[in-house]
Design a binder for this molecule. Structure first.
Ligand SMILES: [Zn+2]
Length: 340
């Protein structure tokens, strides 16, 4: 089916997810390989639990300085070209004869900046299912003011997610965590559909001092009532520490870093193991001599075109990203939850 962008239909997907005790996952993507891995894993997981039209949200950031994903989408490094391609590819992958045409795919704009993304906001926002308006770097009152204006302008047509606080202060900076009072005031005064709170996670890949504050999530979600609480920075904590999300009142979770970080390990290992097939005997021997490769590497193989292509490298990443997504889906779409 085509991308679900109509506000009413998007809200229906969110409501149905709550009925099934699912936490809706949003995986960000900055290339076609990632997009296909997310869709493939979702289709496969849907089949294993007998839900062919499993919902999935695919997100992208625009001029968000920590990771401007539409900019990285193409080597032109132009956000408007990247954004158009991202949307076009999703459109093709979700329609017609595509193997993913049964899925309920929604497209999310992530961390749209109140200042740097002004130009982008003149685009037709109707192409998107939800948008995270991020004014969290501003003082709290101003954040509320800006977000309320944005909600007023776009909120009748698109689901608006707002950032109550900056995600990523350490636990030592107690002030960094969202308080239930602030979350409630933020939602009431901005009118956003989804609130992103700082619940201890971070956008960094990982850090020893981080953990997801399940207790705080429960307090915040209680104050928000039926409002939708969203967790960002899920890659910074172990997936099995996220198994209580639904119980804690979290309805949407955003993930990106883990896809790239964890697939890199597999890609790197595979390439080292197959060094000679990729770069040939002479280059392998040179790297062994330089101490960059170990003696266990067999330089006896000849290079093969099957191993030195972009396709080869992308395929390894694609397969591992699928595994990572499947792992998260089994936590967030845990069918055990439904029967409790
Ligand atoms: Zn985020």
């Amino acid at each position: 089916m085509p991308l679900i962008t109509d506000r009413k239909q998007v809200l229906e997907v969110y409501t149905a997810a709550v009925d099934r005790r699912w936490v809706l996952p949003t995986f960000n993507s900055e290339n076609l390989t990632t997009t296909e891995a997310i869709l493939t894993a979702t289709r496969d997981y849907g089949r294993t639990i007998g839900v062919e039209d499993l919902p999935i949200i695919i997100g992208i950031t625009n001029k968000y300085k920590p990771r401007p994903q539409s900019v990285y989408y193409t080597h032109t490094r132009r956000w408007e070209i990247g954004m158009q391609l991202f949307l076009k590819e999703l459109e093709v992958l979700t329609s017609g004869e595509s193997p993913f045409s049964k899925l309920k795919v929604m497209v999310h704009l992530d961390h749209i900046q109140w200042d740097d993304d002004r130009e982008f906001l003149d685009w037709d926002m109707g192409q998107f299912s939800s948008i995270m308006y991020d004014a969290s770097t501003l003082p709290f009152d101003l954040n509320i003011e800006k977000t309320a204006i944005f909600r007023e302008k776009h909120g009748d047509n698109i689901l608006v997610e707002g950032a109550c606080d900056v995600i990523g202060k350490t636990l030592n900076e107690e002030g960094g965590l969202t308080t239930p009072e602030n979350a409630e005031r933020y939602m009431r005064e901005t009118g956003v559909d989804i609130v992103v709170a700082n619940l201890g996670t971070e956008h960094r890949a990982s850090a020893a001092d981080l953990y997801y504050r399940s207790d705080l999530a429960k307090q915040v979600s209680k104050r928000l009532g039926k409002g939708c609480l969203c967790l960002h920075g899920a890659s910074s904590v172990a997936p099995d520490s996220l198994s209580s999300l639904f119980e804690d009142g979290i309805r949407k979770v955003n993930i990106w870093t883990a896809l790239e970080r964890d697939s890199s390990v597999v890609l790197f290992t595979e390439m080292v193991k197959n060094a000679a097939k990729i770069i040939g005997r002479e280059n392998t021997e040179k790297l062994i001599t330089q101490g960059l490769l170990g003696k266990k590497i067999d330089p006896g193989n000849n290079a093969s075109v099957d191993f030195c292509t972009t396709t080869y490298r992308q395929h390894i990443v694609f397969q591992e990203m699928q595994n990572i997504v499947l792992n998260y889906l089994s936590v967030f779409y845990n069918s055990k939850n439904e029967h409790e």
